[in-house]
Design a protein around this ligand. Structure first.
Ligand code: SF4
Ligand SMILES: [Zn+2]
Ligand SMILES: [Zn+2]
Length: 315
């Protein structure tokens, strides 16, 4: 009986150390070392499964200072050591969110310095002439879009812009399995088939100015990414953004967490289901090709890119 108890408390991978984390969706019970090894190996497998990198890619990692992006930066700095012709650089976007972004920037920079990774900071203020705070305060009363909808459009453009500045071949974002599944459901709730068809872990190149985006954390649960940062003693910002409570995404997050708690593996099943359907959706939406924005020259599906169209409304 005692032997059985001790055995049950031993890591199911190494059978040596005591259990630190139990994965309900797979039944694994892992010690701290085997848990962090499992995350690193899952990321490597994802990179190779989706053929995310070429051996000589210059890889730009979008680092916000939050747990996911700094954890991913640490993992890539370790795994890419085996690729001497490839290089890493961090892209840090300063949206201009008072009493929030300053700390995140400092944490992002300190992680880059620790890992000896160069970084490039691009701010909304320099790029658009306004901080996110200013953009939000100028929003008209009839504006239905949330702060995050504005932030997302401007940040996507800023990341692509920064990646071009540093001559990157790939952009890495730290979207987790949770982020991916939330986005899938949000696109369904908004009836946005075009975006649903495009959310692949490795983006389609639809315009020469678009740098290909890859998501090596797309099969990692958010709570496991947080746990990885904790186990590895990685410094990250845990204060939430002041605008985050507005987002519909929060309701979707709570709903998915509830489902995952009751039915382990739900998030992965949704992810896999859409992955199978996506090629059909993509074919249906292929006609939506990109041209150049008549204002800034960036990729745009209509006359103006989304960011210029939003800026026009605000200014
Ligand atoms: S929570 Fe919304 S506003 Fe804040 S950084 Fe994220 S997307 Fe931007
Ligand atoms: Zn172990
Ligand atoms: Zn534009």
């Amino acid at each position: 009986m005692v032997k059985e108890l001790i055995k049950n408390n031993l890591c199911s991978a190494c059978n040596l150390r005591s259990v630190f984390f139990a994965r309900s969706y797979s039944g694994e019970k892992l010690c701290k070392n085997c848990f962090s090894d499992s995350i690193e190996s899952k990321v490597k497998k994802t990179i190779s499964k989706y053929k995310m990198f070429k051996f000589d890619d210059k890889i730009a990692v979008a680092v916000s200072g939050g747990k996911d992006s700094v954890s991913l930066l640490h993992i890539l700095s370790k795994t890419q050591k085996n690729q001497p012709r490839s290089s890493l650089i961090a892209i840090i976007i300063d949206e201009g969110i008072q009493n929030y972004r300053e700390e995140a920037l400092e944490i992002a920079v300190s992680n880059c310095n620790k890992l000896k990774i160069d970084y490039k900071i691009v701010s909304f203020k320099n790029l658009y002439g306004l901080t996110l705070d200013e953009i939000i305060s100028r929003r008209g009363e009839n504006e239905k879009k949330s702060s995050c909808a504005f932030c997302g459009v401007f940040r996507r453009k800023a990341i692509n812009y920064a990646a071009r500045l540093v001559n990157a071949d790939k952009i890495v974002t730290a979207h987790t399995l949770d982020d991916e599944v939330q986005t899938i459901l949000l696109n369904i709730f908004h009836g946005d088939i075009t975006r649903l068809s495009k959310g692949s872990p490795i983006s389609e190149i639809v315009h020469p100015c678009f740098i290909q985006k890859v998501k090596p954390f797309c099969e990692i649960l958010e709570r496991e990414s947080a746990l990885y940062a904790y186990v590895k003693n990685i410094k990250f910002q845990d204060t939430p953004c002041p605008y985050s409570s507005e987002a519909l995404r929060n309701d979707v997050r709570s709903m998915l967490n509830y489902m995952e708690e009751k039915h382990a593996g739900t998030k992965f099943t949704v992810f896999q289901t859409i992955k199978k359907i996506r090629p059909v959706l993509y074919q249906l939406n292929k006609k939506n090709s990109f041209g150049d924005c008549s204002n800034c020259g960036e990729p745009a599906s209509l006359g103006l890119c989304k960011a210029c169209e939003m800026l026009n409304r605000i200014k």
